[in-house]
Design a protein around this ligand. Structure first.
Ligand SMILES: [Zn+2]
Length: 158
């Protein structure tokens, strides 16, 4: 069944869809893959919304394309984390980087020692000293952490 786009919408034919899927499967970024068949990404999204079969095929093509792109990364920590590679090179790089992070103090600019009481200001008034407690926010990059792969322990601050 042939449909007219109406309202100027680009209708992507089966051939273009196949071409698009081939590009995506080969690891071409989605915008580029769309451009290669002469449409933009929104047209692809519309086509996927109208054609569940195409949507399924596109999801598979995207997954395959991600793998292709990951395989183009040089072996190392980045590929260990983002490409999921577990070769010796990647594992060594990742554990070395992890080790580095552990031995590096979290924040060297942060004061570690508290002023001893005897050098501090005398406790004036009736003991209403407001203590400001610093909240340390540790951003967790979720994509960097896999289950079972521990977050480096926080350095003990005493
Ligand atoms: Zn590797």
């Amino acid at each position: 069944m042939t449909r007219h786009g109406g309202r100027g919408h680009t209708v992507i034919g089966p051939e273009e869809k196949a071409q698009y899927l081939a590009h995506v499967t080969a690891g071409v970024p989605l915008d580029e893959a769309a451009a290669k068949i002469g449409v933009d990404r929104r047209s692809i999204n519309r086509a996927a919304a109208a054609d569940p079969e195409f949507a399924t095929a596109r999801a598979a093509a995207k997954a395959a394309g991600r793998k292709v792109r990951a395989n183009l990364l040089p072996h190392g920590e980045y590929r260990y984390i983002h490409g999921g590679c577990r070769c010796t090179t990647c594992r060594t790089a990742a554990s070395a980087a992890r080790q580095n992070r552990r031995t590096t103090p979290p924040d060297p600019t942060r004061k570690k020692t508290k002023t001893p009481a005897d050098t501090g200001p005398p406790p004036s008034r009736s003991g209403t000293r407001t203590r400001t407690k610093e909240t340390t926010i540790i951003p967790l990059n979720r994509s960097n952490t896999r289950p079972g792969e521990g977050i480096p322990p926080l350095a003990a601050v005493s």
